[in-house]
Design a protein around this ligand. Structure first.
Ligand code: BES
Ligand code: MN
Ligand code: MN
Length: 457
């Protein structure tokens, strides 16, 4: 049986999708300075939208970086308060030539909506807003529970604006629980709550050698090569079994419980399909003595993202570059602390630095890992709402990705987070041809309505 709000949602599906497309047309790429104006336009779009649907205290909150969007509606006396979180910034769209339709021209194909940000996170964040609109429209301008919304524009760059605001003004965010739709379903049609995320530290290594670039014929053999030194360092950070070699790296790690590990074994995971359909490489790598899901969700890892510098143009140039750079991140398992992990890494890298060069180790951003308890009324209501719409039992999973603010909700606001996501494993997050399964957009809205209505009972 659909509620009046869910009926309203069904009737308005085409309009909701058209509005989401308008939001997706704004290239709010938080990492590129030339798009700062677009990022702000996306924030202003949301402000207008939240005002229109009847939310109160709708405003932009300025930060050192991109603005936050805030709104609330707090007149459901005696009912719980939900803090809805999402992000309106997106990743850069490159490589552009691999998109089948342009990243900022949302296009429907095979029941999917293709665009940068479709699932991460504009489409999912919009589920919250549209559910609130449906409720406002059918409850005479009211809501069944109290709601605050906090939507950020720097999630994809690890921006500190939201964390700084939260730490400075926690009283403006008091709530009983947070709600985040920025994660995935384990499989199509399988309702999923995410109960754990990895933390991360993102770093840069800069190696410097000679005072200027040098002719490699005239100086090679006697002058130090920063790229060679950088590769020497990087090659020693992980062994052939994917085990990170930084002393003490694994010391504080908290392994999942036997019960959680046993539950993961019952998930419908096909390692061969994962390799061929999602990864498309020759083999999986990593710590062979841990299952793939354990490696992805509960083990830390270290990745090299790029090595800018030197000569990378077409053809050949015989140069010994004066400096070399590497972008290196680590995903952290629960209880591994970003600060101490960075300190251990820095010390190890410095100890590996060969003669003739210097290495500088810089921290770009960091975030805590998080595991969330499932024994609370919010998770119970979420599983009931998911069952009502998807007609299946919810699975509890973790994810290897990071959403830094969730740790702050727990540690600073002292509230649990319900991570109810509607992405699919093949949605191409951060990659070309990102998509959102349109049925998941609509079902997400109906689930969210169901969830809010149950929380208000
Ligand atoms: N929504 C993702 C993280 C995610 C995706 C979690 C799928 C669970 C399932 C988020 O937008 C993201 O990409 N986060 C960044 C973190 C950041 C600090 C740059 C990440 O994980 O790399
Ligand atoms: Mn996201
Ligand atoms: Mn992302």
């Amino acid at each position: 049986m659909l509620s009046a709000a869910q009926e309203y949602s069904r009737k308005n599906q085409p309009r909701f999708l058209a509005e989401l497309k308008d939001l997706l047309r704004i290239p709010s790429i938080s990492t590129l300075p030339e798009h700062a104006g677009d990022v702000r336009r996306a924030a202003e779009f949301l402000v207008r939208e939240l005002q229109r649907i009847g939310m109160e205290h709708v405003r932009l909150i300025e930060t050192a970086g991109h603005p936050l969007v805030y709104a609330d509606w707090l007149h459901a006396d005696g009912k719980p308060t939900c803090l809805c979180y999402g992000h309106y910034d997106v990743q850069p769209p490159d490589p552009l030539d691999e998109w089948l339709s342009p990243p900022f021209e949302p296009t429907e194909r095979n029941g999917n909506l293709y665009a940068r940000g479709a699932v991460d996170d504009k489409g999912q964040m919009y589920i919250h807003i549209k559910a609130l609109e449906c409720l406002m429209q059918t409850y005479c301008g009211k809501l069944p529970i109290n709601v605050r919304l906090l939507i950020e524009g720097e999630e994809e760059v690890g921006g500190e604006g939201i964390a700084e605001y939260l730490r400075a003004h926690p009283e403006t965010l008091t709530a009983d629980f947070a709600l985040v739709s920025d994660t995935e379903m384990f499989a199509p049609g399988l309702p999923t709550l995410c109960v754990g995320l990895r933390g991360m530290i993102y770093t840069e290594l800069e190696v410097r050698g000679a005072k200027t670039d040098l002719h490699s014929g005239l100086y090679g053999g006697a002058a130090p090569n920063p790229f060679q030194a950088l590769c020497w360092i990087l090659a020693q950070l992980k062994n052939a079994n994917g085990h990170v070699q930084i002393p003490g790296f694994y010391d504080d790690l908290q392994a999942p419980s036997a019960a959680e590990l046993a539950a993961w074994k019952t998930l419908p995971f096909d390692e061969q399909k994962f390799l061929t359909e999602e990864i498309g490489a020759a083999a999986l790598v990593g710590e062979a003595n841990y299952s793939v899901l354990e490696r992805l969700w509960a083990r830390p890892t270290l990745e090299i993202h790029g090595m800018p510098g030197g000569f990378t143009g077409a053809g050949a140039k015989t140069v010994i570059p004066a400096k070399a750079l590497a972008k290196v991140s680590m995903r952290l398992a629960p209880e591994m602390q970003p600060q101490s992990t960075f300190a251990r890494y820095k010390q190890f890298v410095e100890s590996l630095c060969p003669a003739g060069v210097t290495v500088e180790v810089r921290l770009i951003h960091s975030g805590d890992a998080i595991v969330i308890g499932t024994d609370n009324p919010y998770v119970a209501a979420a599983t009931e709402a998911l069952r009502a719409v998807f007609d299946r039992e919810t699975v509890f999973i973790r994810s290897g990705g990071s959403i830094p603010i969730v740790g702050d909700f727990e540690r600073h606001l002292k509230i649990p987070t319900v991570m109810m996501g509607f992405g699919l494993p093949d949605d191409n997050l951060h990659a070309p041809n990102e998509k959102f399964h349109i049925a998941n957009f609509y079902n997400g809205i109906e689930t969210m309505i169901e969830f809010f209505e149950r929380m208000g009972k």
